[in-house]
Design a protein around this ligand. Structure first.
Ligand code: FES
Length: 321
């Protein structure tokens, strides 16, 4: 899951478009004319904005494209990244990107149920294309505030009738999850992306129906349950294998905080455990995973952790930093 930490590559904005209310789509091409790195459905890139903010966006074109396409929803109540892109990035702008990375991999199956809420449609577009190309049975249920806020409708409506179910809230109300999930069988892989409330509800409903093992979600914000204080936690030590440094992580700071205090650089973005930017390989020790990027089992199998929220169950962790 970890890719090489890098300074990234410079790309040029080749085109911009507004596919729906409040959404800006950027087409990006390598500044030196070389091919961009390959990617797989569900992958995202990080954009390093002129202000220094780093933001993740799902790739929403085709992996066969020679360019990357991302769509950015302006979030007035956000932390400034989307507003900066909308207000300052235009055709011909130069921007740095890192990745792609994929924390939302598309698994082979004969049947898929895709559930999208608003801008959560973006990582699902390339999955839908892959499902269609593999001749799998698939359905997309796509909810949004109104039709004018829902991007990519023309593209989605070009699929055979019945595949795509649009649910604009101002016309039909919210997604009826029991009905949406009723069609899922033991063969169905369920992919869901959208607002936190939708994801929480889908997770709960899938747990009730014993569907959790085939549910795949991608969050754009931390789930409420993870927004907790570190104050009750124990301190521990972290040895950084590459730097040869050992740090103490106190009860009220994260590993990332301890690195910053020691002037040791590490990649990060959300600091809330949902974006995956700060993923680091664990060489020894027992990490206490607290992110929503992947399950603890997935992290254990890959020997990685998110250092913005993850802690340690052992007195010492050894990290590949
Ligand atoms: S910075 Fe986003 S998961 Fe750690």
């Amino acid at each position: 899951m970890v890719d090489q930490k890098s300074q990234g590559i410079d790309v040029r904005v080749l085109a911009t478009e507004h596919p729906a209310d409040g959404i800006l789509t950027l087409t990006l091409g390598a500044d030196d004319g070389l091919d961009l790195p390959n990617w797989t459905p569900g992958a995202h890139i990080e954009l390093v904005l002129p202000s220094g903010l780093v933001r993740q966006y799902s790739l929403c074109g085709s992996p066969r494209d020679s360019t990357y396409t991302v769509s950015v929803l302006r979030e007035p109540a956000g932390r400034g990244g989307s507003a900066e892109i909308h207000d300052t990035i235009a055709t011909a702008s130069k921007i740095r990107l890192r990745g792609p990375r994929n924390h939302f991999p598309f698994v082979p199956s004969s049947t898929y149920l895709f559930i999208a809420g608003g801008i959560g449609i973006t990582p699902l577009l390339s999955m839908i294309q892959a499902a269609e190309e593999s001749r799998a049975a698939w359905t997309l249920v796509y909810g949004g505030r109104s039709r004018s806020s829902m991007a990519f409708l023309d593209q989605l409506q070009s699929y055979p009738p019945g595949r795509v179910v649009l649910v604009p809230e101002d016309e039909q109300g919210r997604l009826e999850l029991p009905a949406v999930l009723a069609a899922a069988t033991t063969d169905t892989q369920i992919y869901c992306c959208g607002p936190g409330g939708l994801l929480d509800a889908v997770e709960a409903r899938c747990a009730e129906r014993n569907l959790s093992d085939r549910l795949h979600i991608e969050r754009f914000a931390a789930p409420t349950i993870l927004r907790r204080s570190l104050a009750c936690d124990e301190s521990f030590d972290v040895r950084l294998e590459q730097s040869g440094v050992t740090l103490n992580v106190s009860s009220d700071q994260s590993i990332l905080d301890a690195l910053e205090d020691a002037d040791i650089e590490a990649d990060y973005s959300c600091t809330e455990g949902f974006c995956g930017s700060c993923e680091v390989r664990v060489l020894a020790g027992r990490p206490d995973h607290r992110d929503s990027v992947a399950t603890p089992e997935q992290h254990d199998s890959e020997s990685t952790m998110m250092i913005c929220v993850g802690r340690s169950k052992s007195p010492m962790l050894v990290l590949d930093l």
